[in-house]
Ligand binder design. Structure first.
Ligand code: FMN
Length: 190
């Protein structure tokens, strides 16, 4: 097996979701974010629709996003159910991140929606792997609050937000993910 293959396989196997509580206080340079986004957009895309749209939050931008999410959380629950602690924790997760990218999708109408979703998910995985190679941890959050961000993200009718991609440098140890053996998931026809 060539050296490159080993590196890619290890990168894939050892990529893990890393959460904001484990991020260290270190900003992610813009040139690195640009590189990660360039990796994202190399994902396969049927009919070259390139449905991915990204909004990148860094620095002061993180404060705007944190405030918006807290506001949307407050608006989404009744006065009785509102938890100040939860509102603060939503805000804190954003502020603990080196960058957060809103993962969005623009439907072209040329292919089924699931194909656009699959392309965006492939782009996100590219980005997660490229980040992992830079020792930047990340995770895809699909909190239901993402459904309330259309106007904040200036999304048009055929656009939607699929999640928030949290990123940060961290000191977590490398680990393999828990997965069922492939025998349970694979049928061989030989
Ligand atoms: C589409 C998608 C949405 C996800 N949403 C969340 C989420 O809202 N909250 C969360 O804690 N993890 C979320 N995750 C991350 C998973 O929890 C994580 O991938 C899983 O636990 C496996 O861990 P690993 O990424 O380290 O292999 C999401 C992952 C994907 C692919």
């Amino acid at each position: 097996m060539s050296e490159l293959k080993t590196t890619i396989q290890e990168l894939i196997k050892y990529r893990r979701s890393v959460f904001p509580k484990d991020y260290i206080d270190k900003p992610i340079a813009k040139n690195i974010l640009v590189e990660l986004l360039k990796c994202a957009v190399q994902a396969p895309t049927h009919k070259l629709t390139q449905p991915w749209r990204f909004t990148v939050f860094t620095g002061e931008g993180l404060i705007k996003l944190a405030d918006e999410l807290k506001k949307q959380y407050k608006a989404s629950v009744s006065k009785e159910d509102y938890s100040k602690k939860k509102g603060e924790s939503i805000r804190k997760k954003i502020l603990q991140s080196g960058a957060v990218i809103a993962i969005c999708m623009k439907e072209s109408g040329k292919i089924p929606k699931w194909e656009e979703l699959a392309a965006v998910a492939s782009a996100v995985q590219n980005m997660a792997l490229a980040a992992s190679a830079q020792e930047i941890g990340s995770y895809w959050s699909s909190s239901k609050l993402i459904n309330e961000l259309d106007s904040f993200l200036n999304l048009s009718k055929n656009e939607s937000c699929l999640g928030l991609f949290y990123m940060g440098y961290h000191k977590e140890k490398q680990s393999l993910g828990k997965r069922s053996p492939i025998d349970e998931k694979v049928t061989w026809v030989e």
